[in-house]
Design a protein around this ligand. Structure first.
Ligand SMILES: NC(=O)c1ccc[n+]([C@@H]2O[C@H](COP(=O)([O-])OP(=O)(O)OC[C@H]3O[C@@H](n4cnc5c(N)ncnc54)[C@H](OP(=O)(O)O)[C@@H]3O)[C@@H](O)[C@H]2O)c1
Length: 489
C-alpha cells in the first residue's frame, strides 16, 4: 500500500495542545505549509477567554518569524490559513480540557480526526501539585476527551525519553505498566501522590504558611517523591505517570503513539535553519550561552557522556509520520526520537564546538568587554564545580579591576549556576543510550510505502553533521537570540 501523508492530512481536523510551546508551534507551521487544505486545527491555549486565546495565537504563533516561510508561500498574507486555526481558551489540568461550551465540545467530539498532545510543564522542579495537574492528570483528561471523539483516527502523546529515570546502557522503547517505578521498590499510586500534595497544602495552610513557603515545600516534595521512586526530578516522574494515565484512560480502540524525544534543539532545516524559542534559554542552549557570556568556565559533566540532542524539525517529522502510519490501525507504540544510538554526540564534542565558536565570535560581558572563553572544564561533583566557579569569579573580578557589578553579583551568579547545574546533572552525567528499534521500523514502514523521508519528512539523525550544526546553526542562533534580547532590554 502507498502512503501519501500530504493527502492523508487533507480535510483532517486536528486538536493540538501546547501550541504556544516550542515544539507544537513548529508542528502547526509544518502541517499548514505542507497541507494548507487541512480542514481545521483546534489549538488549545491557556487564556481567560476566546479573545485572549486568539490574541496569543497571533502574537505567539502567526506573527513570529517562524511563520515567514509560510507567509511568503501564501503571499502577500497567510491567505485563508488563519481561518483554519481555532484558538480555544482551555486548560488540560481541568476535566474536558477546561472547555466550558458544551456545543463546541460536541462539535469537537464529532469532528476531530487526530489529537496531538504536547502541552506540559517542562520545569524540572515545578511544584508537585502543578506538575501532577498538568503532566499527569492533563494526560488523563486528554485521553478521556479522545475517548469521546467518535471519528478519531489516532492520538499522539509527546512524552520525553528521560521517563526512563536514572538508567544506563541501552534503554528500550518500552511502555509503562500502571504503577511501575524505576526504583523497583514499592508501587506507585498516582492518586496517592495527588492526595499527598493536597495534604501538604492543607497542613501548611492550617499553619498559616505563606504562598512562598507553600511553593518551596511543594517543589521539595516533588523532588523527594521523584527520587524515592527512581526518577531524577519532578518533571520526569510526572511525565512517566502521564504516560501511564494516558494508556489507562484511553479507549483501547484508539491508536496511540507515544513519541519520546530526547533534548530538543533548534531547527536543522525547516522552515529555516536555527529557529529556537530563545529566552528563557533551556538545557543545552542555557549551558552554551552562559559559557559564551563568561558566566561559567566549568560545568558538571563527563566528557564521554553522550548528549542526546535532536533538532526540533526532526521531532516534528517523526510525529507526522507516526500520525499517518498509526491512523486507522489500533495500536500502541513508543518511539524514541533522539540521536544517541546512531549518531552520538559527546559532551566533549559540544565543549570543543562551543570553544571554537565563541573564540571566533565572542560575546560581551556585563561591562561590555569581549569575553575570551577558555576550554570548558568538566567536573564530576558539585563541590568541585563550586570551587572552580568561585576561583573563576574571583579572578575575573580582579581582571576587571574589581568591577563592582561582577563583585556584587558574585554570590548570586554562583548560586544561580549551582542551582541550574544541580538540575542538569542527571543529564550531563547520563550514561544511557536510547534504543530506536521502533523508530527505525517506523522509518522502514514509511519508506516501503513511498513516503519521502529524504526531503519532506527526514528524521534520521545519521544525516546530522554535528560540527556543522553547532558552528553554523545552533550556536549562531543562540547568540543572535541573546543579542536581540539584550538589545531590547
Ligand atoms: N523541549 C525539550 O527539549 C523536550 C524534550 C523532550 C520532550 N519534550 C516534551 O515535548 C512537549 C513540548 O515541549 P516544549 O519544549 O514545546 O514545551 P514548552 O515550550 O514549555 O511548551 C509547553 C506548552 O504547554 C502549554 N501548557 C502548559 N500547561 C498547560 C495547561 N495546563 N493547559 C494547556 N496548556 C498548557 C504551555 O502553554 P503556556 O504558553 O500557556 O505556558 C505551552 O504551550 C512536552 O510534552 C515536553 O515534555 C520537550
Amino acid at each position: 500500500m502507498g502512503l501519501d501523508i500530504v493527502q492523508f492530512l487533507e480535510n483532517k481536523t486536528i486538536l493540538v495542545t501546547g501550541a504556544t510551546g516550542f515544539l507544537a508551534k513548529i508542528f502547526v507551521e509544518k502541517i499548514l505549509r505542507i497541507q494548507p487544505n487541512v480542514k481545521k486545527m483546534f489549538l488549545l491555549i491557556r487564556a481567560a477567554d476566546e479573545q485572549s486565546a486568539a490574541c496569543r495565537l497571533h502574537e505567539e504563533l502567526i506573527e513570529k518569524k517562524l511563520f515567514d516561510v509560510l507567509r511568503q508561500k501564501c503571499a502577500p498574507n497567510l491567505g485563508s490559513i488563519p481561518e483554519k486555526l481555532h484558538a480555544l481558551p482551555g486548560d488540560i489540568s481541568s476535566e474536558n480540557l477546561g472547555l466550558n461550551d458544551s456545543y463546541l465540545r460536541s462539535e469537537m467530539w464529532r469532528e476531530i480526526d487526530i489529537i496531538v498532545h504536547s502541552a506540559a510543564t517542562t520545569t524540572f522542579d515545578d511544584r508537585y501539585d502543578t506538575a501532577l495537574a498538568i503532566n499527569t492528570y492533563g494526560a488523563k483528561h486528554v485521553a478521556e476527551f479522545a475517548t469521546r471523539c467518535v471519528n478519531i483516527k489516532m492520538l499522539l502523546h509527546v512524552s520525553t525519553a528521560y521517563v526512563c529515570g536514572k538508567k544506563s546502557g541501552v534503554i528500550p522503547e518500552k511502555a509503562f505498566s500502571m504503577g511501575e517505578t524505576m526504583s523497583g521498590s514499592r508501587k506507585l499510586d498516582v492518586n496517592e501522590e495527588k492526595l499527598l500534595s493536597e495534604g501538604l497544602i492543607s497542613e501548611l495552610r492550617e499553619e498559616n504558611a505563606s504562598e512562598e513557603e507553600i511553593t518551596i515545600a511543594l517543589k521539595k516534595l516533588g523532588l523527594q517523591r521523584a527520587r524515592l521512586h527512581g526518577w531524577p526530578n519532578t518533571y520526569t516522574l510526572t511525565k512517566a505517570m502521564g504516560e501511564m494515565m494516558m494508556r489507562h484512560h484511553l479507549n483501547w480502540n484508539v491508536s496511540l503513539a507515544v513519541v519520546r524525544p530526547t533534548i530538543i534543539t533548534s531547527t536543522l532545516k525547516e522552515p529555516f535553519p536555527g529557529w529556537l524559542e530563545g529566552f528563557p534559554f533551556r538545557g543545552i542552549d542555557n549551558i552554551a550561552i552562559n559559557y559564551g557570556r563568561g558566566k561559567i568556565n566549568s560545568y558538571i559533566g563527563d566528557p564521554d557522556t553522550i548528549f542526546d540532542v535532536i533538532p526540533v524539525d526532526m521531532v516534528v517529522n517523526a510525529m507526522i509520520v507516526a500520525m499517518a502510519v498509526h491512523a486507522n490501525q489500533p495500536s500502541y507504540m513508543v518511539y524514541h526520537v533522539g540521536s544517541s544510538m546512531c549518531n552520538p554526540l559527546r559532551f566533549s564534542d559540544f565543549r570543543d564546538f562551543s570553544l571554537k565558536y565563541f573564540t571566533d565570535n565572542p560575546l560581551t560581558d556585563e561591562d561590555g568587554k569581549l569575553v575570551k572563553v577558555g576550554k570548558l572544564i568538566l567536573v564530576d561533583s558539585m563541590e568541585s564545580f563550586q570551587k572552580h566557579l568561585t576561583q573563576y569569579y574571583t579572578l575575573r573580578s580582579k581582571e576587571h579591576n574589581n568591577s563592582k557589578s561582577l563583585h556584587a553579583n558574585l554570590k548570586r551568579n554562583i548560586n544561580i549556576a549551582m542551582r541550574v547545574a544541580e538540575l542538569h546533572r542527571p543529564y550531563t552525567l547520563f550514561k544511557g543510550i536510547f534504543d530506536e528499534t521502533n523508530t527505525k521500523a517506523l522509518r522502514a514502514t514509511a519508506i516501503e510505502n513511498g513516503v519521502d523521508l529524504e526531503s519532506v519528512f527526514r528524521f534520521d539523525p545519521r544525516y546530522i553533521d554535528w560540527e556543522d550544526y553547532f558552528q553554523r546553526i545552533l550556536l549562531p542562533g543562540i547568540s543572535s537570540a541573546f543579542k536581540l534580547k539584550r538589545a531590547m532590554l
